[in-house]
Ligand binder design. Sequence first.
Ligand code: SAH
Length: 277
Amino acid sequence: MPRDTRHIPAPLSPLPGATGVMCPGVVAFAGSGPGDPDLLTLKVLKALQEADVILFDRLVSAEIMALAHQGALLEDVGKEGFGPSMAQEEICARLVHHARKGRKVLRLKSGDPSLFGRLDEELTACETADVDTVILPGITAASAAVAAIGQSLTQRGRNSSVRFLTGHDMKGFADHDWAQLARPGEVAAVYMGKKSARFVQGRMLMHGADRATPVTVVENASRADQRVLSTTLDQLPADLAAADFGGPALTFLGLAPRQHAAAALPHTRDQTQMELA
Ligand code: SAH
């Protein structure tokens, strides 16, 4: 056997890390993942343990906030769907305020901070105020949700691209390239898609989508109370209304769960309700 001469990197330093990830006066924008603390990156865990102040969104789970340093100042700036929330300008002002005091500031968003989290607005506010920033990525909801249904976001011969969409934007229901999305084999992950389900269905059908197109909705992906609804484009609004999902939910257009996925996941075996189409 030829000897493997590849460089083997040194093991990761034990937590808390010898080299910190947070710096005084710098704002770290971090993703907390979809909710399961085991899906935090080590870097974000270190940041939680080092931060002086943490500004977090409503979808960051309580289990994750419990990992924060005991002495850290926690500010709930909860922004979720249509609920009450702190104004964006106020959040930006708080970030700058804390950084200027020389604090290690952690801005914690659910999933990955770069997806549907208004990251750019907060980055711009920091830049304008001459405050340095760093971005610590996280696992986005679509990754956790697709894992929950045992599927792949892309598949050779089916779809060589995948879209991440929002169901609504500042102006109301969000418009997209429906003609493209309606084509057979297309896959899209719809964030904030519960209220827009009927709108999405209407647009897709108007552009020629097959009524039998598989649609899967994963509520509370990666969490103990995860639930999966498997339906079709035709039945989506009715089935979603009947499921009455109260938690965050991710809708996949063009994907059905693999039949054996739920049973194979020990922590979802009991809680997952799968209605296979
Ligand atoms: N930055 C986040 C998305 C924020 S937008 C990310 O990368 O995941 C908020 C939307 O994300 C929710 O309305 C829902 O559609 C989705 N979402 C977040 N966490 C989720 C979870 N655990 N399960 C299902 N969907 C989730």
